[in-house]
Design a protein around this ligand. Structure first.
Ligand SMILES: Cc1ncc(COP(=O)(O)O)c(C=O)c1O
Length: 374
């Protein structure tokens, strides 16, 4: 019997969980009459910076733009290379290209799926690393990249370290929130993210006053003063309505991440002993479980089994960025990525979000056990 009724969609459930307050916030914003870069964006920026623990947060149009604006704010563009994992959403690489720079792919750790210091060092010392200006470390699935180790290498080689936090709101390293650990960080508030708007949204966090100010200019036509562009900027502003919605959801974020961790722990214990790898957490880190991704050899068979029973198992992603046609030329200029290549046929994302019931987790786990017994 299909079990699809157990597996509600996160964006809608998250709206329903906060509907009265969100509706009120939307109405108040509509009545306020100030729809672009008004009081809601300013308040959200203050509150989000406080949550992350940085001096500044700048609201922008989406997560992809937040990476582009971060790079452009640091004058990283034509003639520069930016290292990035190939195991990420394509946006991490496409935003680097949009800024005018060239992405260079780094390989990952086979347990946490984040870029390794070894891969960075090897790239720096190889032709692929010539002209390397920055590293964009992605906190994939909600697990932090090893920022302290990467920072040491970046410092030795005068390379700027940046964080892509789109999948990891609420993850920490040694008790500090990701997004506060490097020179600057990008966030997405796409509806499925740990902190999701009801539409597009993104943000940059940093302690750097000059960088924050420049990104504020760049997100609005490069205006320092109204109507006068000192820089060639773009239009990428966080919307007032989305900011009002995000303010409501930010209050609930810590609780919702606690629930994600509780449900992930339930999966961990229910799947223990099976021939698959559950998500691993590096010492000193707290996982934010944006996704719960298992690794196993019989991935395709298990995925078919779960989907046939109404469980929405999914792939994040079906192909690494370096396997995608648009990025072939970059792949040729990067070093080989054996860990990324061997990971891709083996990953499977199981349903996880804070509005799922324990029953949904137990049902999924029991179908997985049944699969291995048959
Ligand atoms: C790791 C990563 N970086 C960047 C992005 C881009 O964010 P957005 O979709 O808001 O542009 C995403 C979202 O898909 C992501 O998962």
């Amino acid at each position: 019997m299909p079990h699809s009724h157990l597996f509600s969609a996160y964006p809608l459930e998250d709206y329903r969980a906060h509907a009265p307050t969100i509706d009120k916030a939307i109405k108040a914003t509509l009545e306020n009459g100030y729809y672009i870069l008004g009081t809601e964006v300013a308040a959200f920026e203050r509150e989000f910076a406080a949550y992350v623990g940085t001096k500044h947060a700048i609201g922008v149009g989406n997560g992809t733009d937040s990476i582009e604006l971060l790079l452009r704010g640091l004058d990283i563009g034509h003639g520069h290379k930016v290292a990035v994992p190939s195991h990420t959403a394509v946006a991490s690489a496409s935003a680097i290209a949009r800024a005018g720079a060239t992405p260079v792919f780094l390989d990952i750790d086979p347990k946490t799926y984040t870029i390794t210091p070894e891969s960075l060092e090897k790239t720096i010392l190889s032709p692929a690393g010539e002209g390397l200006k920055a590293v964009l470390a992605v906190h994939i699935y909600g697990h932090p990249a090893d920022i302290p180790a990467l920072q040491q290498i970046c410092d030795q080689h005068e390379i700027i370290l940046l964080e892509d936090c789109a999948q990891a709101h609420g993850a920490t390293i040694n008790g500090r929130q990701i997004g506060s650990l490097a020179r600057g960080a990008s966030f997405s508030f796409y509806p499925t993210k740990n902190l999701g708007a009801i539409g597009d949204g993104g943000g940059v966090t940093t302690d750097d006053d000059a960088l924050a100010e420049k990104i504020r200019w760049l997100r609005q036509y490069g205006w320092k003063r109204r109507y006068i562009s000192d820089y060639e900027g773009i239009n990428s502003r966080l919307d007032e309505l989305q900011a009002a919605i995000l303010r409501v959801k930010l209050i609930a974020l810590a609780d919702s991440i606690r629930t994600r961790r509780k449900l992930a722990a339930l999966y961990d214990s229910e799947l223990a002993g099976l021939p698959l790898m559950t998500p691993q957490t590096r010492l000193g880190c707290e996982h934010a479980y944006h996704l719960y991704v298992i690794r196993l050899q019989r991935r395709d068979e298990l995925m078919r089994h779960l989907i046939s029973k109404g469980v929405p198992a999914a792939l994040h992603y079906p192909a690494a960025v370096h396997e995608q046609p648009a990025y072939e030329h970059i792949t040729r200029a990067s070093n080989p990525l054996p860990e990324t290549d061997s990971l891709y046929p083996e990953i499977l994302s199981l349903p996880l979000h804070p509005h799922l019931s324990e029953d949904a987790i137990l049902k999924t786990a029991s179908l997985i056990r049944e699969f291995f017994q048959s």
